[in-house]
Design a protein around this ligand. Structure first.
Ligand code: MSP
Length: 532
């Protein structure tokens, strides 16, 4: 089983390219594991509660639920457009989730992990949390990232986080696999080291914030939004579900879980709160989830933000370049775990070089030559010469490397490996010059072997690309008459196309993305033609 989840997105604003990156990355990994024959469950969704949604709803003259559901539709529509094939949808206002959060709170209270106390301090309205002295800047003030800061005295419910910290420290030290990449685990270990024995406030008074899950044992309060949101990974996996619920069987999904999150929510939310919450609930070490932490997509080195006005809407990119170009760019140009810069010029350049020129041309030329010179039938032809053997070996090495890199979540290098083999194939065409071989009847076996090698490469590459570009992959395989559902990456070997295999006429899968200048030139040419 491979249970993959992402962070759930706040419904106080529209989806942006950072949200899209995470969902595409998880989708690519989910599709990869499905291709490998594993049972996969992909959960994503939205985080609907909290002060920001309540405020936005008030400003829009709507009920919080109505507002959060309206924003949720924008996420759903975008994921559909981007081909995000999730199996479960987590929306935190779902009564099944609310019931689960209630049960967990009751159980923790019965175990003595929750207590009520009064606290006076500075509170950030934007971040919905009390601030400590640590959060003050050098000038003694709280920085702009905290928004409006007010002094508050409040009674609240607390989770005894500090008691869990010794266990957490030991666990994260002993289990390198808990956080990928390794340097992010080190960040977490440093944060645990610095943690000051502070417990976690898990309630908000209803008088201040009504839009949340009520505490089952104190009607004056709702649950702190992070406590509520983190539970989604188990509530929507069927943990403590009601009789007759249509949620999955928890034992089937857990603990084979990989939680894909951004670097900003590793500390303290996932790496500290979440792991400690699970431990307090009674989850054993073997049942602690793994966290795959990705970096941020920035714009020219800067954080995307409303105030800078540099937020990129993935819908605009889908309109301009098509959803698959966006998917390819996101997982090809970002090394999992590290930050990267979103740059539309690189999107166009990478798509045009690697897909339109390299792979697109390879498929078109190979299929066309097979039709023209061999009647559309693949024949094995002559024995391998050195160049052909080299190509065959490269294909085998590429498959192996691709599998290994995908298993390590390294999508960027996995795709680079495919592209390197495509480059070799294009070089092989130039060296072999099938159009010259076709002029000499005695060279037919060599011509057949050349085209068989090229088409075999197209089939294997087209198949492997399925986890990143499901539509393009299906189109390539259909032109090659290959049924991808019969293949498996681990057993992919030379001979997908047998002697006598027939192919279809090609139709371009990766039309070039044109610059405005190129478009204008083409339009002018067309206009000239129509005048003649
Ligand atoms: N609602 C919380 C997560 C709760 S999970 C139990 C949240 N929401 S968010 O909408 O702000 O972010 C959702 C995900 O998108 C997070 O993993 C976050 O790291 C990721 N990203 C937000 N901006 C991003 C970029 N600019 N780049 C890449 N991912 C980023 O946090």
């Amino acid at each position: 089983m491979f249970y993959i989840t992402t962070a759930i997105d706040y419904t106080n604003g529209a989806p942006h390219i950072g949200h899209a990156y995470e969902k595409v990355l998880a989708d690519v990994l989910a599709r990869w594991h499905r291709m490998c024959g594993e049972d996969v469950y992909y959960l994503t969704g939205v985080d609907q509660h909290g002060q920001k949604v309540q405020q936005k709803a008030e400003a829009a003259g709507m009920e919080p639920k109505e507002y959060a559901d309206m924003v949720m539709q924008k996420f759903i529509a975008l994921w559909e457009r981007l081909g995000i094939a999730y199996d479960g949808w987590a929306a935190t206002s779902d009564p099944r989730h609310e019931a689960c959060v209630g049960k967990i709170l009751t159980a923790l209270k019965e175990k003595g992990c929750l207590y009520k106390k009064a606290y006076k301090g500075f509170y950030s309205v934007r971040q919905e949390q009390f601030l400590t002295e640590k959060e003050r800047g050098e000038d003694g003030n709280f920085g702009p990232e905290w928004g409006e800061v007010v002094e508050l005295e409040e009674e609240n419910w607390y989770f005894n986080l500090s008691q869990q910290i010794p266990w957490l420290k030991q666990y994260v030290t002993d289990h390198p696999e808990v956080v990928t990449p390794e340097f992010r685990r080190q960040n977490l270990l440093n944060a645990i080291e610095r943690s000051e024995g502070v417990d976690l406030c898990i309630s908000r008074p209803k008088s201040r914030l009504a839009w949340g899950i009520p505490l089952p044992f104190d009607e004056e309060y709702v649950t702190y939004v992070w406590f509520d949101a983190l539970v989604n990974y188990i509530s929507f996996a069927g943990y403590l579900k009601e009789e007759g619920s249509d949620l999955p069987e928890f034992e089937k999904l857990w603990p084979s879980v990989c939680e894909v999150i951004g670097k900003d929510i590793l500390v303290p939310a996932h790496g500290i709160y979440w792991l400690c919450m699970l431990h307090a609930m009674g989850f054993e070490d073997k049942d602690i989830p793994r966290l795959l932490v990705h970096g941020w997509l920035n714009i020219k080195g800067e954080k995307m933000s409303k105030s800078l006005g540099n937020i990129v809407d993935p819908n605009d990119l889908c309109d301009a370049f098509g959803p698959e170009a966006v998917r390819y760019y996101l997982v090809r140009d970002t090394k999992t775990g590290y930050d990267s810069d979103y740059d539309p010029e690189r999107l166009k350049m990478i798509y045009n070089t690697e897909l339109a020129n390299d792979l697109g041309n390879l498929c078109n030329r190979s299929l066309n030559m097979c039709l023209r010179y061999c009647g559309g039938t693949v024949a094995i032809g002559a024995e391998d010469d050195e160049l052909s053997a080299n190509l065959r070996n490269s294909m085998a090495d590429t498959v192996k490397r691709f599998c290994q890199l995908m298993d390590e979540y390294n999508t960027a290098d996995a795709l680079a490996a495919l592209n390197a083999h495509v480059g070799l194939c294009n070089g092989y065409i130039e060296q072999k010059q099938p159009w010259v071989l076709a002029k000499d009847e005695t060279k037919l076996p060599e011509l057949q072997r050349t085209l068989a090698h090229l088409l075999e490469s197209c089939a294997q590459i087209g198949y492997l690309l399925g986890c990143v570009l499901p539509d393009a992959s299906a189109r390539i395989l259909s032109q090659l008459n290959v049924d991808g559902s019969k293949l498996r990456p681990q057993t992919l070997a030379w001979g997908v196309l047998e002697n006598g295999h027939t192919i279809q006429a090609p139709s371009p899968v990766f039309p070039r993305i044109l610059s405005e200048e190129e478009k204008a030139k083409l339009a002018a040419k067309a206009a000239k033609k129509s005048q003649k």
